[in-house]
Ligand binder design. Structure first.
Ligand SMILES: [Zn+2]
Length: 721
């Protein structure tokens, strides 16, 4: 996931530097009022206090409004420089503070920051409207757009004019005053609702954690995992992750605890208390539909996808339906295997065999439930693939994975090197900073990682920047990755699952996209691509996690340094296609749920949330009894707060691109510097400067094909005889 989109929603296109000299209330004490003196303007976290954000946001907004007025009021006719470049340079202080503020509310929040967020969200939405619904600005952009072929612009500049024109039109600049006013009201309401959703979900997820008083209930988990869950009062806490299924379900032998954990997860935001999100999401869906209608679209998804590579909801839904059929069929086969395993084991609780024929008979009646899936999948994996996580984890020690895996792969492909910087201030002691050096040894960027789970951090993993690369502003990228890995107990090494390792490669792929950005204008920096393209570089980077030379470099037993046996590596590779019916089905379900919520026409009543959700899954033929969606509607933060509204399909859309691009590498000798350089030059450095479909076609020599995806997931239909 990348979160640039989040900030983008607040200030799309209104990015960055060079303020006019209108700061009357500037206080020297506020660290956001001047560019940071640190390397690449890294945030001076040692000088930033909670009380600095609101004054800086307010001052930044005030300055930007002055700048907008100055651009609009100029007597001189519109030129590229006095209008487009001036807009690109506006809002320097606002961008600087919002980049850090959005990072902190996502990864290290507290009551004070949440309060500022609540107060400022509607004002920031209004600020965005003040920019994009400013008639004088739009007239200037329009006139440039009409003359764009006669302005002597280069390709990036011409595309920037078109981009601004689209941004204005899509924001409602062509509407009459009454519609504009209604749009502003809806935007403000949406900003308040998304903040409210985020706050409720964070609280509901925290409150949903299970407190276990009896250690024996945790049977199946390792001593180290149990130690990491220990509380000072002698109890243990099973915290919820953002997804429906919880990793602990794979290990917990106690079926009743698995059920309780599953219910805590799926109902975290449906208790009818102050953390209940149902009213919020129903209203969000309705207001988005109304906004789309005002802007001339039949529904919100049609509006959103008009600006994406997919172009229409139908094309996205078709992609999902095409891959849903083999995925659902495979999920039923997987469920059958597990059902059979549970029965033939003759026991529902491992470690306790049936004691009588009648008890055995009752086991035969055992029915697999959604909370059993992870557990029996793990049993099948151990039995059929002879692989279990506890066997793997000693080989995936975080620091080694980082240096000898993630960094090593970036060195092989792109020639990068890394040096840890202990002198750059961080916002939390677990955060680490690295300076990144290019192939010629020159300094390229700064990269931060914040890997461990905390109660004040949103779930999942993401990438974003503190500072964007831009030739115009003379800035280099200051990038960060956030994840939610379990922090080991003091004195223990951080041992990762294969899925965690994959997450590190994924988020670092976004980071590479940001660091290699080589654009002039901040509007196009790094990950400022269509949403259904943005997961392509990150998912592409996952492919190197199991590259033979990369695994040999990082997968070593932390106790002995012994390399991971080839046999174990082969097993991990084989298991990559394991359980993919389930994995793909839960993702497709989530993507289609997103489409269902965002294809309602304005004025439709969606009714009760759970019923709407169930009906949508039926309608799209993806309802599978034991496979619930990866996120249910009430805690689907991607679509309600994360900038992925009508955009969750983008992960699968991008997966087509990344598998197809990886196939290109395989066809041409794989992990070579030449191949890496070409990918950097044609994809990773281009940001949003050209149409994504054109960029991809230029790299691949043709349009993307889904063949490689189905093959990688082990779902390629065998040809009929
Ligand atoms: Zn991502």
């Amino acid at each position: 996931m990348t979160r640039s989109l989040l900030l983008g929603l607040a200030l799309t296109g209104a990015a960055c530097a060079h303020s006019v000299s209108t700061t009357t209330t500037t206080s020297q004490a506020n660290p956001f009022f001047q560019p940071s003196p640190l390397l690449y303007q890294a945030p001076p976290f040692d000088r930033i206090h909670d009380g600095d954000y609101q004054p800086a946001i307010e001052e930044g907004m005030r300055q930007q409004l002055v700048e907008i007025r100055e651009i609009g009021d100029q007597p001189a006719p519109a030129t590229f420089d006095n209008t487009i470049v001036a807009m690109e340079k506006s809002g320097e202080v606002l961008t600087r503070v919002m980049k850090v503020f959005s990072a902190m509310t996502g990864a290290n929040t507290n009551d004070a920051l949440e309060h500022v967020q609540e107060v400022m969200a509607p004002k920031l939405a209004a600020q965005r409207d003040a920019f994009f619904l400013d008639d004088k600005l739009f007239q200037r952009v329009s006139s440039l757009y009409a003359r764009r072929d006669a302005l002597g612009l280069n390709a990036e500049q011409r595309f920037l004019v078109e981009r601004y024109y689209r941004d204005f039109v899509r924001s409602g600049a062509k509407l009459g005053d009454a519609d504009k006013a209604r749009l502003k009201a809806l935007n403000a309401e949406e900003a308040t609702l998304t903040t409210s959703f985020q706050k409720k979900l964070l609280a509901g997820t925290k409150a949903g954690a299970l407190v276990i008083g009896d250690r024996s209930q945790l049977a199946g988990m390792s001593d180290a995992e149990i130690a990491a869950m220990a509380r000072p009062d002698g109890k243990w806490v099973l915290k919820l992750q953002n997804t429906t299924q919880q990793p602990a379900q794979a290990e917990l032998e106690n079926r009743d605890l698995r059920r309780r954990l599953f219910e805590a997860s799926t109902q975290r935001a449906e208790h009818g208390d102050s953390n209940d999100t149902r009213a919020v999401i129903t209203r969000l869906a309705a207001l988005r539909a109304e906004r789309a209608q005002i802007l001339g679209y039949p529904n919100f998804a049609a509006y959103a996808l008009d600006d994406e590579m997919a172009k229409t909801p139908d094309r996205a839904i078709k992609l999902l339906s095409d891959i849903a059929e083999p995925a659902v069929a495979k999920a039923y086969i997987e469920a059958g295997h597990m059902q059979a395993l549970a029965v033939t084991q003759g026991r529902v609780m491992p470690g306790r065999a049936a004691s009588s024929p009648s008890e055995l008979y009752s086991y035969a009646l055992f029915t697999l439930e959604p909370w059993d899936w992870q557990y029996y999948a793990e049993q099948v994996r151990k039995k059929d693939y002879a692989l279990d996580e506890s066997q793997i984890k000693p080989y995936f020690e975080l620091d080694r994975v980082l240096h000898d895996g993630v960094f090593f792969a970036a060195h092989q492909l792109y020639g990068l090197t890394f040096k840890e910087r202990k002198d750059i201030p961080v916002y939390q002691p677990d955060v680490r900073v690295f300076e990144v050096f290019d192939v010629d040894g020159s300094s390229l960027a700064l990269w931060y990682c914040d890997y461990f789970k905390r109660d004040n951090k949103n779930g999942g993993a993401w990438e974003d920047t503190f500072v964007e690369q831009s030739g115009l502003l003379g800035t280099k990228a200051v990038v960060y990755n956030v994840a939610n890995f379990t922090k080991p107990a003091t004195g223990h090494p951080a041992l990762l699952s294969y899925s965690d390792v994959n997450t590190m490669f994924h988020e670092f792929g976004h980071a590479l996209h940001a660091m290699f950005s080589h654009v002039e204008y901040p509007r196009f920096a790094g990950t400022a691509t269509p949403r259904d393209f943005v997961e392509f570089p990150s998912q592409f980077n996952e492919h190197w996690a199991l590259e033979p030379s990369v695994v040999a470099s990082y997968a070593k037993d932390y106790r002995t340094g012994a390399p991971m046996p080839q046999e174990l590596i082969d097993k991990i590779k084989r298991t990559r296609t394991f359980n993919q019916g389930f994995a793909l089905t839960e993702s497709i379900q989530a993507a289609l749920l997103d489409m269902a919520w965002h294809t309602i026409p304005a004025g439709t009543s969606t009714g009760e949330v759970d019923a709407f959700e169930a009906a949508a899954l039926e309608r799209y033929h993806v309802a599978v009894r034991d496979v619930p969606p990866r996120y249910r509607s009430t805690y689907f933060s991607h679509i309600w707060q994360g900038g992925y509204a009508a955009g969750y399909y983008a992960y699968l859309w991008s997966e087509i691109l990344d598998d197809d691009a990886y196939a290109w590498f395989v066809e041409r000798g794989g992990m070579t510097r030449d191949n890496g350089q070409r990918f950097r030059d044609m994809i990773l450095s281009r940001g949003g400067t050209i149409e994504a479909a054109d960029m991809y076609r230029a790299f691949r020599g043709r349009d993307p094909s889904a063949e490689a995806l189905l093959e990688n997931r082990g779902l390629k239909p065998t040809p009929q005889p």
